[in-house]
Design a protein around this ligand. Structure first.
Ligand SMILES: NC(=O)c1ccc[n+]([C@@H]2O[C@H](COP(=O)([O-])OP(=O)(O)OC[C@H]3O[C@@H](n4cnc5c(N)ncnc54)[C@H](OP(=O)(O)O)[C@@H]3O)[C@@H](O)[C@H]2O)c1
Length: 321
């Protein structure tokens, strides 16, 4: 029997890859696109039906989700693209709207994409789903509140699970992926960063989203991570893979931490977020943010590939830019 999916965030880095996979597996896919969304490059997805609107448009959301077996709610925004108030609105109120519309419609399971950023180990170990952290900045705060809304939806009579991807690597991502590739590939790139991350390939996250839809337990949270690597290690592994040399010098952690107070000071004077760094966020950027995906592995059958498995696709895209 053909299954149906509704996807928010379908025009984004992760969402477009999810839609590709759903379409390839024969799902009926309805996908949300803002009137301003750039859909060039993702229109090849066969029978995908676009619903135009945003997460504040309940009519469009109703049209999107009604009758869907699975609602993948991925739409979200970070501090690089929007001011903190917009980030809170889209991530928190957008999720509230999606859930309210789902509650009033005929839908199966909601799979909510949060972030590993709402989880953090206190003792320098690997964080798991129990390590719920005090949010730092509007992005984490909005995602943490959205998670509580999803939990409440599941505790009432809704069916919902939450996934927490770590740092996603793959073609089409002009943020993290582009920076990491530049650190590994560009001889002119002056420096790498201190700290590290759990780096997960975009296709592994897509597989995790599908596994959460099929095998997740209602109300549960699942980390979808990859290899835990310092940025130095990741840059060196990419350089090795392509036979190059990774960026030689590391930006001192103190310099990155110093950016926090500067940005806070400028924001305080101008009333505008000049760049998305507060003291807390700057400090976080220097840390090793490592995670375990054991729960997803045991309960969903989730697997992740090493970084090198994801480099060829990402590299082809990077070189085409
Ligand atoms: N990338 C990562 O490393 C990472 C890690 C953890 C969690 N996540 C989460 O995963 C999700 C997808 O991330 P991504 O990297 O694919 O982000 P992305 O490329 O920036 O895509 C974001 C998507 O959300 C849509 N969107 C933004 N504001 C919206 C609004 N008001 N109404 C409707 N749609 C809106 C965007 O539409 P437009 O195309 O019109 O802008 C786009 O489709 C996000 O929730 C993000 O927080 C990402």
């Amino acid at each position: 029997m053909t299954r149906s999916a509704a996807v928010t965030g379908a025009t984004g880095f992760l969402g477009s890859r999810l839609c590709d996979r759903l379409a390839a597996e024969g799902w009926d896919v309805r996908a949300l696109s803002r009137p301003t969304s750039d859909r060039s490059g993702i229109d090849h997805q066969g029978d995908l039906e676009w619903v135009v609107g945003d997460v504040f448009d309940r009519q469009a959301l109703g049209d999107l989700v009604d009758g869907a077996d699975v609602v993948f709610h991925l739409a979200g925004i970070g501090l690089w693209s929007a001011d903190p108030a917009t980030v809170e609105q889209v991530n928190r109120e957008g999720t509230r709207n999606v859930l309210e519309v789902c509650r009033d419609s005929d839908v199966g399971r909601v799979v909510f994409t949060s972030t590993a950023g709402t989880l953090r180990a206190t003792d320098g170990d690997l964080a798991d789903e129990t390590d719920v952290a005090e949010p730092i900045g509007a992005y984490q705060r909005s995602k943490a509140t959205a998670e509580r809304l999803v939990d409440a939806y599941a505790e009432a009579d809704g069916d919902a699970v939450t996934v927490h991807p770590t740092s996603i690597f793959g073609p089409g991502d002009e943020g993290f992926t582009m920076q990491l590739l530049a650190m590994g590939l560009e001889p002119t790139m002056p420096a790498t960063l201190p700290g590290g991350a759990s780096i997960v390939g975009v296709d592994d996250v897509v597989a995790g989203l599908l596994a959460a839809a099929d095998h997740g337990t209602c109300g549960e949270h699942y980390l979808l991570g990859g290899e835990n690597l310092t940025y130095d290690e990741a840059a060196a592994r990419i350089a090795d893979y392509v036979g190059g040399t990774a960026a030689p010098i590391q930006v001192p952690a103190a310099a990155i931490r110093a950016a926090g107070p500067v940005a806070e000071g400028v924001s305080a004077v101008t009333g505008q977020q000049v760049f998305p760094f507060t003291r807390g966020m700057a400090d976080l950027a220097t840390k090793r943010l490592f995670y375990t995906s054991r729960k997803a592995h045991e309960e969903l059958g989730y697997e992740y590939q090493p970084l090198e498995a994801h480099v060829p696709d990402a590299l082809e895209w990077y070189r085409s830019q």
